[in-house]
Design a protein around this ligand. Structure first.
Ligand code: ZN
Length: 112
């Protein structure tokens, strides 16, 4: 039985850049984003898991995970994702996870 993933896909939050923003810095420091990211990399390397960073989650989430349509009126604040083309509907966060799971099928133009 497979007990660990071969790949972990996470949104690439630019923590270093975010820490330079006076409005974000305190909240980020309190929530230990930097340490969380560091631990993901450390533990993944320890267990031989590849870490893939998805660099633009907003763009990725506009794409329907079922039909591939890019939804023009995508609202990231709506808790329910609904495809304008095929009608697929699901919890927004579940849909983000579905897209991240398919991320390698849709690499970014920069080849990441
Ligand atoms: Zn669709």
């Amino acid at each position: 039985m497979k007990t660990k993933p071969s790949t972990l896909v996470v949104e690439d939050l630019n923590v270093t850049k975010m820490l330079k923003n006076q409005y974000l810095a305190k909240a980020i420091a309190e929530q230990s984003f930097y340490e969380f990211k560091r631990q993901i990399v450390y533990k993944s390397e320890q267990y031989g898991i590849e870490v893939v960073y998805a660099d633009d989650l907003y763009t990725i989430c506009k794409r329907c995970s079922q039909c591939g349509n890019i939804n023009r009126h995508f609202d990231p604040n709506n808790p329910i994702y609904r495809c304008e083309y095929c009608g697929f509907s699901v919890d927004r966060d579940v849909h983000a996870s579905m897209n991240l799971a398919q991320y390698q099928r849709y690499p970014s133009p920069s080849g990441n």
